[in-house]
Design a protein around this ligand. Structure first.
Ligand code: HEC
Length: 164
């Protein structure tokens, strides 16, 4: 039988803590990591998710700007990945890091408005799925759907990310 100790060997403690937090458990007794370390791990995780998400966004943005040729298959695949990743946004923002000093662009309002934050995450999921569907039509339809998806990024950033 796999013991908890064996599992801990496989994953970095901080990552495990975030997983524990993200899956809704409140018990942290088993692992001794400071609250600071947990907060930093939560920040790293959510920023990491957004970096991955943006790596799929970038090529479609390049097509919209005519920097690279339009490729319907890439749009479809990337939009599907964006939808999956966006569905994780509420989970990776579950830990309220307001009281910690880690470097973050997240605004504290996220944790006072978690239902709205979830709605804005799910709006991106919907728009990314709509983009994947539009890629089966033609470039014009896909680029229109891409614009609509971009608006859902902005809608969240306007409220919950420090202005750049
Ligand atoms: C539900 C809210 C929400 C949505 C939707 C959202 N973002 Fe963000 N985004 C944030 C927050 C909050 C941060 C700051 C996270 C931090 O610094 O801890 C952020 C950070 C980022 C970053 C910086 C990541 C880093 O640390 O390197 C980029 C780039 C980004 N978002 C792009 C996008 C794009 C592109 C989309 C749409 C495809 C999008 N975001 C959708 C909330 C959102």
């Amino acid at each position: 039988m796999t013991s908890f100790k064996q599992i801990r060997k496989l994953v970095n403690t901080n990552v495990l803590l975030v997983l524990v937090c993200a899956s809704g458990f409140t018990t942290q007794a088993a692992i001794a990591a400071s609250a600071e370390e947990q907060a930093q791990a939560a920040i790293d995780t959510r920023q990491g998710l957004l970096k991955v998400l943006v790596s799929y966004f970038g090529p479609i943005y390049g097509m919209a700007k005519d920097q690279i040729p339009y490729d319907a298959q890439v749009v479809k695949t990337n939009a599907e990945h964006i939808a999956s990743l966006a569905s994780m946004l509420p989970d990776v923002f579950r830990m309220d890091t307001t009281d910690y000093d880690g470097e973050t662009e997240a605004l504290d309002d996220i944790w006072d408005n978690s239902d709205d934050y979830t709605d804005k995450s799910l709006a991106l999921v919907d728009r990314a799925n709509a983009l994947a569907a539009a890629s089966a039509q033609n470039e014009g339809a896909a680029m229109k759907a891409f614009g609509a998806m971009g608006a859902s990024c902005k809608a969240c950033h306007d409220n919950y990310r420090q202005q750049q």
